[in-house]
Design a protein around this ligand. Structure first.
Ligand SMILES: [Zn+2]
Length: 254
């Protein structure tokens, strides 16, 4: 289902969710890494495997974690996944702006030069054909990377046991995100393991960041008032101030 929220709308919603009270929600500073308990978040059994779980956030941002699960749940996850689109490779390579068309065109030119190089056994032409290969290839690769979101597996009943919000920090705050778990025991373990990097929405660090934001917005409004004042003086100058100035000068020179 396409997500029409803007990244900012989404972040605001997630931040509002992060308030204290819900034991299943754990806000964590993510810049210093995040650790997951060694038990399966879906069933609580010993986790002997791990799976990289990725999600797509508004703005087509992909973000994920390698999370330990048990083998049984991972098997179930694979059963629940919809069949993989056989054309995914091509969709991922071609979807988007004209970049991929340009890349394909340049690769076709490169292929022509390579073919000619082989036909004429010309090493100069072979070397010459490397340049368009490199340019065309890097264009296609950039599209491929940008379309990573197309390849992200949907959440299943298994992987939905762990949800994360992606970075929802505001200006001057360290990167932090909200983790949401299905199981309260798992949430407690996760909270304990990441005790040193828990983010408190009403904590000292959050208040410092808010003060910095307020200072910045005050500075910006002072700047705006100054500009307005300058504009006002200029506007008044012609109309009123200059005649007064002239009159005063005339009086002084008398
Ligand atoms: Zn399990």
């Amino acid at each position: 289902m396409p997500d029409h929220r803007t990244p900012e709308q989404y972040k605001t919603e997630q931040r509002d969710k992060a308030g204290p009270g819900d034991p299943l929600l754990v806000p964590v500073k993510t810049g210093k890494g995040v650790e997951f308990p060694g038990v399966c978040p879906a069933c609580g059994a010993h986790a002997d495997r791990a799976l990289r779980v990725e999600r797509v956030f508004p703005g087509r941002v992909v973000h994920g974690y390698r999370i330990p699960f048990c083998a049984k749940c991972l098997g179930r996850h694979r059963e629940l996944l919809p069949a993989r689109d056989p054309l995914l490779f091509f969709r991922r390579l071609l979807k988007g702006d004209g970049t991929s068309i340009g890349g394909l065109f340049i690769c076709a030119v490169a292929a022509y030069f390579t073919k000619e190089a082989v036909r004429t056994l010309s090493p100069v032409l072979a070397v010459f054909s490397l340049l368009p290969w490199a340019v065309g290839g890097s264009l296609l690769f950039s599209v491929w990377r940008k379309n990573h979101y197309l390849a992200v597996e949907p959440a299943t009943q298994v992987t939905a046991a762990v949800e994360f919000s992606g970075d929802v920090s505001r200006e001057f705050e360290p990167a932090w995100e909200v983790f949401q778990f299905r199981d309260a025991g798992y949430a407690t373990r996760f909270r304990a393991m990441n005790a040193l990097r828990l983010w408190e929405p009403g904590g000292e660090e959050a208040r410092d960041a808010k003060r910095s934001r307020d200072r910045k917005s005050r500075r910006n409004s002072y700047l705006m008032y100054c500009l307005l004042a300058v504009a006002l003086v200029f506007a008044l100058w012609e109309e009123y101030l200059q005649p007064i100035y002239q009159a005063v000068r005339g009086w002084l020179d008398r």
